[in-house]
Ligand binder design. Structure first.
Ligand SMILES: C[S@@+](CC[C@H](N)C(=O)[O-])C[C@H]1O[C@@H](n2cnc3c(N)ncnc32)[C@H](O)[C@@H]1O
Length: 473
C-alpha cells in the first residue's frame, strides 16, 4: 500500500517541475476504499519571516512583483511563524517560491536580500503540510486511477437537489465507490451519489432509470429550484433534468400572460409551473401518475393553482381533449381574478377592483418534450380544431407546436432536413426548415448535446390549417 509521501525540493529545477511538488502523492492503491490519510504530504519550502507585522503587505507586494512569493491555488502565502512561541506572539511568514532556498542566498532576489540586510526579514526553512482537504477532485482521482484511465476521467454528473447522478463508463466501474466518495467530499450540497445502471431495454416509458447508490444515503426525495419555482419530488419515480433549465426558460419566455399553453408531456411541471407564475394558463399533462402527483405538489407550493390545470392521460388523446376542454372552459366563462396592486398608503385612492382574466377559447402553444418519440404523436393534431375555423378568423394565428426531438450532430443542414422529413411523415403535411410563422415552415432550435453523435433539438411550427380543421376520424 502507498504511504503518505514526504517530498523534498530538488535544486536548479525549472518552474514547471518546481510546481509539480504540489501534486498529491501517487496512491494507486486500487479500487477499494478511499484512504484519505494517504493524501498527506510535507513540502519543504523557504519562508520570509517578517520581523514587524506592519511590513507584511509591503513585502508581500515586493516579493510578488519579483516572483519570489509562492503563488499556488487555494494556498495563502501568509502563514503563522513555524516557531510556536513566535506564532503565539502573532509573528507571520511569507511563503516563498520553491526556487528560493533558505540556506542558499544566491537563490534570493533583490527584494529578499534588501529585506534581510535591513533586518526586516529573515529567510527560514518552512515545512508546508498538505492533506486530503487541500487537493481537488481531479488531483486526487488522477493520483488514484492508473495512467491508462487518465484520458477520460469521469468528472461530469447531473444533479437533482442533493443527488449527484453519474453515468460511469464500463472501464471506470471498478473505481465507482472511490469516485463517488470523492464527489461527496469535494462537492458542496451533494449528499448522495448514484450511478445509472444500464439495463438494455429497461428505459421506462416515463423516462425514469434504474440506479445504484454509490455513496451516501438512499434518499431520492429531493428539492430543486428552477426558474424561480420550487419542485419537490422523488427522483427515482419521475423524470427530471437540471440541464434543461435554459430550454424551459426559452419557451416560457415565448408565452404571454393570459394565453393558454398545452404541455402534452409536462413531467412535474418545469414549463408549466413557472409559466403559471407569470399568468399563463397551462393545461399540463403527464401519463406518469407520479409526475402528476408531484406536479400537484409544485402547483400548490408555488401557488399557481388558478393557472395550471394538471391531467394524467396519454398525450395522444390529450391533444384533442385539451383543445376541447379549453374551449369549454372559455364558453363557461372560466376566468381568474388578479388581485390588484395595493394602493400606496400616501394616496387615499379607493381600493382598485381585481382584474378579470378570461380563459381564451384557443391554445396558443403546444409543448411536447419527449424527444425520443414525440414527433410520432404529431398525427394527433389532425382535426384538433375540426369545425372551429371561426376561432381562427381575422388573422388569428394557428397554435404553435414545439416538439423536442433527437437528430444527428452536424454543422450542415442534415439534422434540420431529417427533422422536417419526420415531421412531414407524422403530421401528414409537407414542411421544410424556415420561418415558423409561415405555414409549412419549421424553426429548428439546437438545444443540447446528448451523446457524441446525437443532439437534442426543438422544432417549432404552426399547425397547418388543413391539419387542424381536418375531420376527426
Ligand atoms: C423527457 S420527459 C419531459 C418532462 C418535462 N416536460 C421536462 O421538461 O422535464 C418526458 C415525459 O413524458 C412523459 N410521457 C411519456 N409517455 C407519455 C405519453 N404517452 N403521454 C404523456 N406523457 C408521456 C413521461 O412520463 C415524462 O415525464
Amino acid at each position: 500500500m502507498s504511504q503518505p509521501e514526504k517530498e523534498t525540493q530538488g535544486s536548479g529545477e525549472g518552474k514547471i517541475q518546481d510546481m509539480a511538488i504540489f501534486s498529491p502523492p501517487v496512491v494507486r492503491s486500487g479500487a477499494g476504499a478511499l484512504n484519505r490519510a494517504l493524501f498527506t504530504k510535507t513540502i519543504n519550502l523557504a519562508a520570509a519571516a517578517v520581523n514587524d507585522n506592519r511590513h507584511i503587505s509591503k513585502y508581500r507586494k515586493e516579493l510578488e512583483h519579483s516572483k519570489e512569493l509562492l503563488r499556488q491555488d487555494r494556498l495563502s502565502p501568509i502563514v503563522n511563524h513555524p516557531d510556536k512561541t513566535l506564532a503565539d506572539q502573532g509573528k507571520k511568514c511569507l511563503l516563498l517560491s520553491p526556487s528560493v532556498k533558505a540556506p542558499e542566498p544566491d537563490t534570493w532576489g533583490t527584494a529578499l536580500k534588501e529585506g534581510v540586510e535591513k533586518k526586516e526579514l529573515s529567510v527560514i526553512p518552512y515545512e508546508l503540510q498538505l492533506n486530503y482537504d487541500y487537493w481537488s477532485y481531479h488531483d486526487v482521482i488522477t493520483s488514484i486511477l492508473p495512467e491508462e484511465l487518465h484520458d477520460d476521467i469521469p468528472s461530469g454528473f447531473n444533479t437533482a437537489g442533493h443527488v449527484a447522478h453519474m453515468n460511469l463508463r464500463e472501464r471506470y466501474i471498478p473505481y465507482k465507490k472511490v469516485i463517488a466518495e470523492l464527489i461527496l467530499d469535494k462537492t458542496q450540497n451533494i449528499r448522495t451519489v448514484i450511478n445509472k445502471v444500464d439495463n438494455v431495454g429497461a428505459e421506462s416509458e416515463f423516462r425514469t432509470f434504474q440506479y445504484e447508490v454509490l455513496a451516501g444515503p438512499d434518499d431520492m426525495q429531493v428539492q430543486v429550484t428552477e426558474n424561480n419555482c420550487i419542485f419537490e419530488f422523488d427522483y427515482a419515480k419521475v423524470y427530471w433534468n437540471s440541464k434543461l433549465e435554459a430550454e424551459h426558460r426559452r419557451l416560457i419566455n415565448m408565452f404571454e400572460p393570459g394565453e393558454v399553453v398545452c404541455d402534452v408531456m409536462a413531467g412535474i411541471g418545469p414549463f408549466a409551473v413557472p409559466a403559471g407564475k407569470k399568468g399563463v394558463f397551462v393545461w399540463a399533462n403527464d401519463m406518469n401518475p407520479e409526475s402528476n402527483k408531484y406536479m400537484q405538489v409544485a402547483i400548490n407550493r408555488n401557488k399557481v393553482s388558478q393557472y395550471v390545470h394538471p391531467f394524467c392521460q396519454d398525450g395522444r388523446t390529450f391533444i384533442h381533449h385539451a383543445a376541447d376542454s379549453v374551449l369549454e372552459a372559455h364558453n363557461a366563462g372560466e376566468h381568474v381574478l388578479m388581485a390588484p396592486k395595493p394602493p400606496s398608503r400616501a394616496k387615499k385612492a379607493p381600493k382598485p377592483e381585481p382584474k378579470r382574466v378570461d380563459i381564451p377559447p384557443t391554445i396558443s402553444h403546444f409543448v411536447m418534450n419527449l424527444p425520443a418519440t414525440a414527433i410520432e404523436f404529431l398525427g394527433c393534431y389532425r382535426g384538433v380544431y375540426a369545425g372551429h375555423e371561426d376561432l381562427f378568423k381575422d388573422g388569428k394565428l394557428m397554435p404553435m407546436v414545439h416538439v423536442h426531438c433527437f437528430s444527428f450532430k452536424a454543422d450542415d443542414e442534415t439534422p434540420r432536413n431529417d427533422i422536417c422529413e419526420r415531421i412531414t411523415k407524422y403530421l401528414g403535411f409537407k414542411v421544410k426548415p424556415g420561418n415558423p410563422d409561415v405555414e409549412g415552415e419549421v424553426a429548428v432550435h439546437d438545444v443540447r448535446d446528448v451523446a457524441p453523435a446525437k443532439r437534442m433539438f426543438c422544432a417549432s411550427f404552426r399547425i397547418p390549417r388543413e391539419v387542424a380543421f381536418a375531420k376527426r376520424g
